[in-house]
Design a protein around this ligand. Structure first.
Ligand code: ZN
Ligand code: ZN
Length: 236
């Protein structure tokens, strides 16, 4: 008997055992909950990993979406984030799941995604330095854990806390795009540049929304001479 990590209903499917044994990449959720998730598969944007099937044709050019083309046309941001890959579409159910983790403190729930993340992200996380996006000190203190750090553990035991946030940052969402893009607004600092130099870095976060946070983090890592920077998120 297993208990769904989201709704706590008990279920007896054999596939949950297969998940625990690493034989299946299904999340540790009951089947009705699992069915509300949409795994990102098939045709995706080469850079940000968004699914093209859920996306109007006019917002893509070749194998890239317009958001990514806009980033890549900007000299300052071109190539800073090599690629992002996300597991699931950020739909209403996943929003609920992430809110439960972040705002109701259900840290265990992130483990529901360990088997899926482990299987699907093996190729990009292998031999890379895994760096979770940090929370601000205040947020970390309030919450008691960083969901990105817990999620990163699904890919690699060797999670490196090489980034930190400057204090007194304004909320990114309150700024205009141009304000967000200014270099002086970069909220991140690299803690130990020697551990970054020449390394392939994979950033981990819960959600890719505009890609700004991940690019800021990638920027300071590139400035610390990382070989390249990619990212993995639970949702896109
Ligand atoms: Zn459930
Ligand atoms: Zn894209």
């Amino acid at each position: 008997m297993s208990y769904c990590l989201f709704c706590h209903v008990s279920y007896t499917d054999t596939w949950s055992w297969a998940s625990l044994l690493g034989l299946s990449s299904a999340p540790l959720l009951c089947q009705p909950c699992e069915r509300k998730l949409t795994l990102i598969q098939g045709d995706i944007c080469r850079i940000c990993g968004r699914s093209f099937s859920l996306f109007p044709e006019e917002y893509r050019q070749g194998d890239c979406c317009y958001d990514c083309i806009r980033w890549e046309e900007d000299e300052e941001w071109k190539g800073v984030l090599q690629q992002n890959r996300s597991l699931y579409v950020y739909n209403d159910f996943l929003k609920e799941v992430i809110a439960k983790i972040k705002y109701r403190g259900d840290a265990e729930l992130i483990k529901a995604f360990y088997p899926v993340a482990h299987t699907n992200m093996k190729s990009i996380s292998q031999n890379a330095v895994i760096v979770p996006i940090p929370l601000s000190n205040e947020r970390q203190y309030e919450r008691g854990f960083n969901q990105a750090e817990l999620f990163a553990l699904s890919m690699n035991r060797n999670v490196n806390l090489l980034l930190n946030r400057k204090t007194h940052e304004e909320k990114q969402s309150k700024k205009t795009r141009n304000e967000r893009m200014e270099k002086k607004n970069n909220p991140f600092v690299v803690e130990e540049p020697s551990k970054v130099n020449g390394k392939r870095i994979v950033l981990v976060d819960d959600v890719y929304t505009t890609g700004t946070t991940l690019r800021y983090a990638a920027k300071v890592l590139i400035e610390a001479k990382a070989k390249n920077v990619s990212s993995i998120t639970l949702a896109r």
